[in-house]
Design a protein around this ligand. Structure first.
Ligand code: HH2
Length: 274
């Protein structure tokens, strides 16, 4: 079943690469590099040339400990980037948890809304339901400000599956076609290293109704803990994590290093064909 994503229908027959465009001063791995819209647009063009299937534009860092950005500021960061990349020929996703930003993004041509808060904010479902946009529903325990202080689950996989199940039911009840929905366990969002590993190992169990699963582990502290590498030196670990996620069934990987990820996936796919 292809993914319906605004102006696009994406085949999921091969794993897709979502390239990250953070137009923020403070994202954990590339904060400040693409805050200027021209720099963000140039970065998006480069990621498409490197093979990105989707671009994910974010105007608010949600790294552990981060505080919220005011709505007007987040809109001012993302809309010029959406406009500048409108003709790039790839779906443009906007990474936001605020209904007002979702509406502005959709008005400016976004093809997908990627919400780390699983479209739970009051008004979020209503903001997106009537559009044609793809929707990425992510699980997070707590809020970015405090989510890593004491993550706790009785059974992490079962609880997150239940959450995703409930969110799919709410979206379908609001009239959203299943073909528009992508699920994400939210690696690093209110989870210990052990929780993250368990989720990645048991990824197939999270595919509620066979819906596609997106995984974002690029440069994250899970990779840092497993390798001992600082944030600027996590490429090799991130590639291994992306391949492992795809091996466990991820339909989309969200990454900063698009060229390296596409190369790794090309080799992996060729060698893993029966
Ligand atoms: N991770 C980040 C941001 N958005 N969205 C989804 N669906 N899944 C993820 O795992 C995910 C996400 C964090 O990465 P980044 O955007 O690079 O960092 P920051 O939040 O500091 O901007």
């Amino acid at each position: 079943m292809p993914l319906h994503c605004g102006r696009f229908e994406l085949s999921l027959e091969r794993p897709l690469v979502m390239g990250v465009v953070n137009t923020t001063p403070d994202s954990f791995s590339d904060g400040g590099r693409f805050l200027d819209p021209a720099a963000a647009i140039a970065h998006g063009l480069r990621l498409v040339a490197e093979g990105a299937d989707i671009l994910d534009i974010g105007g608010e860092s949600t790294r552990p400990g981060s505080a919220e950005v005011p709505v007007a500021e987040e809109i001012a960061r993302i809309v010029p980037v959406l406009e500048g990349l409108a003709g790039v020929g790839r779906p443009l996703s906007v990474d936001t948890r605020k209904p007002e930003v979702m509406r502005a993004a959709l008005g400016a041509g976004a093809d997908m809304i990627n919400d780390i808060n699983g479209l739970q904010a009051p008004g979020a479902v209503q903001a997106v339901a009537g559009s044609r946009a793809g929707l990425c529903v992510m699980h997070m325990q707590g809020q970015p400000l405090d989510m890593q202080q004491a993550p706790f689950y009785r059974e992490v996989v079962a609880e997150i599956r239940q959450f995703l199940d409930n969110r799919v039911a709410s979206l379908v009840a609001a009239g959203v076609a299943r073909e528009r929905i992508v699920l994400d366990p939210g690696i690093g969002f209110g989870k210990t290293v052990e929780h993250n590993i368990e989720l990645l190992r048991r990824l197939p169990e999270l595919a509620v109704d066979g819906l596609p699963v997106l995984v974002g582990v690029s440069r994250k502290s899970l990779v840092g803990v497993l390798t001992g590498a600082p944030v600027g030196e996590r490429l090799a670990g991130s590639l291994a994590a992306a391949l492992a996620a795809v091996w466990r069934g991820a339909a989309i990987v969200r990454v900063h290093d698009v060229k390296a990820t596409c190369d790794a996936l090309a080799v992996w796919r060729a060698l893993s064909k029966e």
